[in-house]
Design a protein around this ligand. Structure first.
Ligand code: PEP
Ligand code: MG
Length: 323
């Protein structure tokens, strides 16, 4: 089986009926690029930039960040790299940036909420990203967007920094896509509105599941509520994908679910455009997708979304469909 996967390393990802899907990798540091290329990824779907902040003893400077982003973008040789702006707070703390103690850190001051408050930090990161965009195909996304207003504010700050750089004659990429993570149910419910402003969505199922089921993703006692195939979650995913397509945009997924072999057939049927996962899952997933027909997967997805009542119902549907 390993040998069969090896042969797929330099191939792109096509279903049995020749529909193309992007298989991308999630990374945490520039050093992960080697593994990404060794495993035949077509892009980086999520660069978790907060590791730059967490591995440092002080706020990383614009130049330090620029070097890290440039290394990743150059390393990918023109393949797209989606960098997520810092997603700190929640369970991720920085020793040099004390955040207030909170009763519910996952519902509190984190991610884009910090960036929109500490615009000094946000602008520094955006400048580093803009400069790095000159070296390859870079896209940017904002984590934990809940409302249209938040996205518009973040995008406006990005445009402001971009205009300043253009005026100053700094070289930047000419087509920098700006999107958002879809990981809050309220945002998924207005995906049609958000789709007018974004270039793409990337569904973060780790958080989307946690917030949909109101179950802490790290709490063993409630882990039975981690239900990626529950029709409730599948409906939020479908809404997001359909809304993006209606506006001519695309949707990726960068949560654990994107590399889950039971979920992949359904996600293909729902029309997900990009699957971003740990590099080591890519070849296995490419091999699975090659064997599946998108029209059959569409029927499977339709049943999962409309007929199934439970997570288990959907698992059974998938097993029956792909045997
Ligand atoms: C997610 O929430 O699914 C995600 C990809 O982001 P993180 O796991 O970093 O919160
Ligand atoms: Mg998340």
């Amino acid at each position: 089986q390993k040998a069969e996967w090896e042969k797929l390393r330099d191939e792109k990802t096509f279903s049995k009926d020749n529909v193309h899907f992007d298989l991308a990798a999630n990374i945490g540091t520039p050093d992960d690029i080697k593994g990404v290329l060794d495993n035949g990824a077509e892009a980086v779907g999520l660069f978790r930039s907060e590791f730059l902040y967490m591995d440092a003893s002080e706020l990383p400077s614009e130049d330090d960040q620029f070097e890290a982003y440039k290394k990743v973008v150059e390393g990918m040789n023109g393949k797209q790299v989606v960098v997520r702006t810092m997603d700190i707070g929640g369970d991720k703390q920085l020793p040099y940036l004390p955040l207030p103690e909170e009763m519910n850190p996952f519902l509190g001051y984190r991610a884009i909420r910090i960036s929109l408050d500490r615009t000094d930090l946000f602008r520094t990161q955006l400048r580093a990203l803009l400069r790095a965009s000159a070296y390859g195909k870079l896209a940017i996304m904002f984590p934990m967007i809940a409302t249209v207003a938040e996205f518009k504010k973040a995008k406006a700050i990005f445009e402001d920094e971009k205009q300043k750089m253009v005026k100053a004659g700094t070289k930047i990429g000419d087509d920098i896509q700006v999107g958002m993570m879809m990981e809050i149910p309220a945002a998924a419910m207005i995906a049609d509105k958000l789709a007018k402003y974004v270039d793409f969505f990337s569904i973060g199922t780790n958080d989307l599941i946690q917030y949909s089921f109101a179950a802490d993703r790290g709490n063993e006692k409630v882990s039975y509520l981690y239900q990626p195939y529950n029709p409730s979650l599948l409906r939020l995913i479908k809404k997001t994908i359909d809304a993006s397509h209606a506006e001519g945009k695309w949707t990726g997924m960068c949560g654990e679910m994107a590399g889950d072999q039971t979920a992949v057939p359904i996600l293909m049927g729902l029309g997900l455009d990009e699957f971003s996962m740990s590099a080591t899952s890519i070849l296995k997933t490419r091999s699975l997708m090659k064997r599946l027909d998108t029209n059959e997967m569409k029927k499977l997805a339709e049943k999962a979304v409309t007929e199934a009542e439970t997570n288990e119902d959907v698992i059974k549907l998938v097993h029956d469909a792909i045997k």
